[in-house]
Design a protein around this ligand. Structure first.
Ligand code: AMP
Length: 403
């Protein structure tokens, strides 16, 4: 079965085509700057040279149409015909409380995703555009949606509620939802497999540290708590997002700097985090390079970033009354040796002992970076959200045809 995985942003579309036998990626690519006369398409198919083109693409419909052309083209393609695509899996950021698992797309499902626009105004509308474009271009092909929030729907009330008037939860569903769920799901399952024990028997903290960053406490095989909240702004310090802060800073800054709510919101989302403290970059590679050249601001940004993650790991170890495994994933978590070293060095009280040689190995495979004597297994597990979307889609479509 061939499954097309799509991740639609406001002006972008990323895609991967999977052959589920062997879970091979047949082709992948992205369209950027959708909505302009100079959209950029990058497409790579197995065994073919990479293709790059710039062309007018006014909406997601045009982008999906082009992707299908490229997938079926005799030069760049890997499919004989459009009909070879058996199903499409879409990434949707916010599933609210309505979606506790991935599901096949129906009219009711689309209506519910639209109802959730309020909770994710930047993310859910483009995902809907992606779904509509896929339906228009691939009629009668089953579509599935996989939500970033669904994995965290197992959180109990004491961890997902904010200590604010209950009426806000009842009326507006203001609560912690958490994000990066497909990634936390994928890496926790893989880490348990690598350790060779059932996930349900392990107290685990998974750290998805990329441009956006979140960590999750996994207890009894389920998400028990996670650092992102109602929106992806809460929690860890990120590339350009502040993460946790005193909420009183918002009205205080608005008053002192004469800023609007929108401006403060943009400051916290786009001009904070590593970028704000280092004064130069939101990219961990540049931060660590600058740090090694003696840049004090870069060092401060790095120290704050690792300190804040250490606090969360400690808090989650306390929340679960222990920790058996710590997992790093995503751009920074998978690649930055100095970052993982700095985080783990301050956690020896938990029984975490890093093996420096293992930590320095670069690989695309899941691996231990703790020493054999470490009481806590520390692993790097490369995330693969697209594969999880493909697997969920495959399962849903198979179940449907067996029903
Ligand atoms: P992601 O959002 O998961 O794609 O992660 C992107 C981030 O990963 C970038 O902004 C970089 O800060 C970081 N990153 C990628 N490669 C490296 C590397 N080799 N060393 C340190 N950080 C890296």
């Amino acid at each position: 079965m061939k499954i097309l995985v799509m991740n639609a942003g406001s002006s972008s579309l990323k895609y991967q085509l999977y052959e589920m036998t062997g879970e091979a990626v047949l082709a992948h690519g992205r369209v950027e700057r959708i909505g302009s006369d100079s959209a950029i398409v990058t497409h790579e198919a197995a065994g073919r040279p990479e293709l790059r083109e710039v062309k007018e693409m006014l909406d997601h419909n045009a982008a999906v149409k082009r992707v299908i052309e490229l997938l079926t083209d005799s030069g760049s393609g890997v499919l004989g015909a459009m009909g070879d695509i058996d199903a499409v899996g879409h990434r949707v950021v916010h599933g609210g409380e309505s979606f506790k698992a991935s599901t096949l797309v129906t009219n009711e499902v689309k209506q519910e995703i639209r109802r959730l626009f309020d909770l994710a105004p930047l993310h859910n509308p483009p995902a809907m555009m992606g779904i509509a474009a896929a339906e228009a271009n691939l009629p009668n092909v089953p579509q599935a949606v996989v939500f970033d929030t669904a994995f965290h729907q197992t959180m109990p009330m004491e961890t997902f509620l904010y200590p604010i008037p209950m009426v806000l939860y009842k009326r507006h569903k203001i609560r912690r939802y958490g994000f990066h769920g497909t990634s936390h799901d994928y890496v926790s399952a893989h880490a348990a497999e690598k350790i060779g024990k059932p996930l349900a028997s392990l107290k685990m903290v998974t750290c998805h540290i990329g441009n956006g960053a979140s960590c999750a406490a996994i207890l009894d095989g389920k998400s028990y708590d996670t650092s992102m909240g109602l929106t992806p702004l809460e929690g860890l310090m990120m590339g350009t997002r502040s993460g946790d802060l005193d909420p009183a800073i918002v009205p205080f800054t608005m008053a002192r700097e004469e800023l609007t709510l929108g401006e403060v919101s943009s400051m916290l989302n786009k001009h904070s985090g590593l970028q704000a403290i280092s004064g130069t970059s939101s990219d961990m590679r540049e931060i660590t390079d600058a740090m090694q050249e003696g840049d004090k601001q870069a060092k401060l940004a790095f120290d704050m970033y690792t300190y804040r993650l250490r606090k969360y790991i400690g808090a989650y170890a306390a929340a679960m009354n222990g920790i058996d495994a710590l997992v790093f994933t995503a751009g920074v978590g998978e690649n930055s040796i100095v970052f993982r070293k700095a985080v783990c060095e301050g956690l020896t009280f938990l029984g975490i002992e890093l093996d420096e040689r293992r930590n320095a190995v670069r690989s695309k495979e899941a691996r231990y970076i703790s020493s054999d004597a470490s009481r806590v297994a520390v692993l790097v597990v490369p995330t693969n959200e697209e594969l999880l979307i493909a697997r969920d889609t495959y399962r849903l479509v198979n179940n449907r045809s067996q029903a």
